[in-house]
Structures are given as structure tokens and as C-alpha cells.
Design a protein around this ligand. Structure first.
Ligand SMILES: C[S@@+](CC[C@H](N)C(=O)[O-])C[C@H]1O[C@@H](n2cnc3c(N)ncnc32)[C@H](O)[C@@H]1O
Length: 333
């Protein structure tokens, strides 16, 4: 919201603002703007992280209030400016406005997110303290301007918040809460919207000094068709970027899964190669052993193949000896 500094400068220029209650702080970036403009700031945040604590404690005019709105509002000093940017749903905003209109009727109220996507659709910070009767059917998917259905490629909370499944209808959205507050208790109150960066709403009671001048100073913004057209264009492009980011993440996940599959297959190929190498080494050993056995067999069978010539020689010699004897002694036959 620090982008709205020039609008806050107009508020401070036309109204006495000594104390600000800032509902929904997150980083504390905007809190410093109010302090810079001279106010003491009560920074209401249910979930301050360490960085926010350090940031706020370093600044003497910024006071961390750890709690939830609207319950905490009655425990704080009355403020001249309430900036509502906490839980963006009908039930909470409606009660915040009811409390402020009753207890701080001279204050200026600034509401962020009075246009798309929260204007006609509840968002619920998680875990939500709201009773089920205050919560519409909700989802972790998010809206987009490209179609009516919520989608994981839309304006999603990534666990920080859920959103009403359907937009529109009764008791749904921040702008609906403002309209109902005005209809029920808003006699003499005036509400204008600067159609930029999700919608900057300004609510103040006519007749309080500086109110008419403030709305006159805001008029170039609140009546600007150019701003409204640029906001519509910005949201179109923004939701398209959200969709592309979602697709890029999905493709990156697919690519990671594919890379893991390829790596696993490569490991399997390496394992099979190792097995193949071991099998080839085993075959080589067995071949070598086989060759050894063949050689051994050949070596062992060599004498038996030489026997016939030796036997032949003996037979020949025996034949010759018998012939010689017969010749010497013919009667021995
Ligand atoms: C959109 S962020 C506020 C951004 C901040 N105003 C800025 O412009 O930087 C909404 C914050 O409201 C806080 N929050 C949620 N529910 C709340 C509640 N009931 N009361 C006060 N703060 C709340 C969330 O923790 C979150 O930090």
C-alpha cells in the first residue's frame, strides 16, 4: 500500500491525523509512511514475524499491537485514521466498520481491496477465527479475470488465505460490507473509491472539518476513467502473469520429474553395464579355463595316438624274428 503515499498525503493535508490504527501490517512498509507524515501508529497484526518486530521496535512512533481486528479495536486509543487492510471478508470488515462508525465517527477510514478480487468475494486469512456461519464455501484455488471459476492458476493464497468459491451475492466481499454498513448506519457518511491497485476506498462523515476538502482533493483520482481503465488493464495483465507463472512452475515440475526419470534410467544403464562387464569377464575366464582343459586333454591323449606305430613296430619285429627262426630251422613249422 506504500504506493498510495500521495493519497495518504492528501488525507493528512486535509484532516488532523495524530493517531492511526493500521489493521493488517505484514511488512510494516506502510506503517512508516503514516509515521513519516507525523502520526503515532498502532499496528494491528495477529502474526508478526521477527523482521516486523525489529522494524517496528526501531521506530518510536510505531507500536505493535499483536491481535485481531475487530476484537482489538476497543482496546486501542481512538484514532483519527483507520486503515483497514486485514482480513478481507464481509464478516470482519462489516464489524470493523460498525465499531468505527459507532465509536470513532469523526475518523477517516481507508479500506484497501474494495475492487477486484476482494470487492465481491470473501478472502479468509488462515487459520480463520470466524464461525462457520460467517464463512462461504471456500477454496485454496484463486480467482482470475479470464473466467468465472476459481483455478490453481489464479490469485491464490499459497496457504495464507482461502477464497470464497463463488463471487457476488449477499454478505460476500469487502465492497459489499461497505455498502451494507452505509445502508444500515451510514447516514451522513460518504464513500469514494480510487480505482487503482485493487481499489483504495475512503470513508468519512460529511460535516467533519476537512472532509469536503479531502474528497475534493481526491476527486481527480476518484473520478478518473483513465485510472479505472488502467486498473482493469493491469489486472488483466497481472492475472495473465499469474497464469503463466503457474504454467511455468508446472512445466518446471514436469521437467524435474523427467530429469529424475532420466537420471534413474541412466543409473540402471550403468548398473546393467557393470553386470555386462562382469558377465564378459566371467565368460573370458571360462573360455580360458576351457582352452586349458582342451590343451590338457590334447596333451593327455597324445601318447595313446602314438601307440599304434609302437605296436606296429613290435609286431613287425616279432614277424621278422619268427621269419628268421623259420628260415634257420625249417622243421620247426
Ligand atoms: C494484505 S496484508 C496487509 C498488507 C499491508 N497493509 C501492506 O500494505 O503492506 C494483510 C495482513 O492482515 C493480517 N490479518 C489477517 N487477519 C487480520 C485481522 N483479523 N486483524 C488484523 N490483521 C489481520 C494478515 O496477517 C496480513 O499480514
Amino acid at each position: 500500500m506504500s504506493v498510495f503515499r500521495e493519497l495518504f498525503e492528501l488525507v493528512f493535508a486535509h484532516r488532523q491525523v495524530a493517531a492511526v490504527v493500521e489493521v493488517g501490517v505484514e511488512s510494516g512498509q506502510v506503517s512508516a509512511v503514516y509515521a513519516d507524515l507525523g502520526a503515532t501508529v498502532y499496528c494491528v497484526e495477529p502474526n508478526p514475524d521477527e523482521r516486523l518486530r525489529e522494524f517496528l521496535s526501531a521506530h518510536p512512533r510505531l507500536n505493535l499491537v499483536e491481535g485481531t481486528s475487530p476484537e482489538i479495536l476497543g482496546e486501542l486509543p481512538a484514532a483519527d485514521l483507520y486503515v483497514l487492510d486485514g482480513d478481507h471478508n464481509y464478516a470482519v470488515v462489516r464489524r470493523e466498520l460498525a465499531w468505527i462508525m459507532e465509536h470513532a465517527p469523526d475518523a477517516v477510514v481507508v479500506l484497501h481491496d474494495v475492487l477486484w478480487p476482494c470487492g465481491r468475494r470473501d478472502f479468509y486469512y488462515q487459520p480463520s477465527p470466524l464461525p462457520p456461519s460467517d464463512v462461504h464455501d471456500s477454496t485454496r484455488d484463486g480467482p482470475t479475470v479470464w473466467h468465472d471459476e476459481v483455478t490453481p492458476a489464479g490469485f491464490v493464497g499459497d496457504g495464507a488465505y482461502t477464497v470464497a468459491t463463488h463471487a457476488g451475492g449477499e454478505r460476500n466481499g469487502v465492497l459489499t460490507a461497505v455498502e451494507d454498513a452505509l445502508a444500515d448506519d451510514g447516514a451522513g457518511w460518504r464513500f469514494e473509491i480510487v480505482p487503482a491497485v485493487f481499489g483504495f476506498g475512503v470513508l468519512a462523515r460529511d460535516g467533519v472539518p476537512g472532509t469536503a476538502e479531502l474528497f475534493a482533493a481526491l476527486r481527480p483520482y476518484t473520478s478518473s476513467a483513465l485510472l479505472a481503465a488502467m486498473e482493469n488493464n493491469r489486472i488483466g495483465l497481472y492475472t495473465r502473469v499469474l497464469q503463466l507463472q503457474y504454467e511455468a512452475r508446472t512445466h518446471a515440475d514436469d521437467a524435474n520429474r523427467l530429469a529424475e526419470t532420466i537420471a534413474a534410467q541412466q543409473r540402471e544403464i550403468e548398473r546393467l553395464r557393470g553386470e555386462l562387464d562382469r558377465a564378459n569377464a566371467e565368460i573370458a575366464t571360462r573360455r580360458h579355463e576351457l582352452q586349458g582343459l582342451r590343451d590338457e586333454l590334447a596333451r593327455r591323449s597324445a601318447p595313446s595316438r602314438a601307440a599304434p606305430p609302437e605296436l606296429g613296430t613290435a609286431v613287425t619285429q616279432l614277424g621278422r624274428a619268427i621269419s628268421a627262426r623259420v628260415r634257420r630251422d625249417p622243421d620247426s613249422r
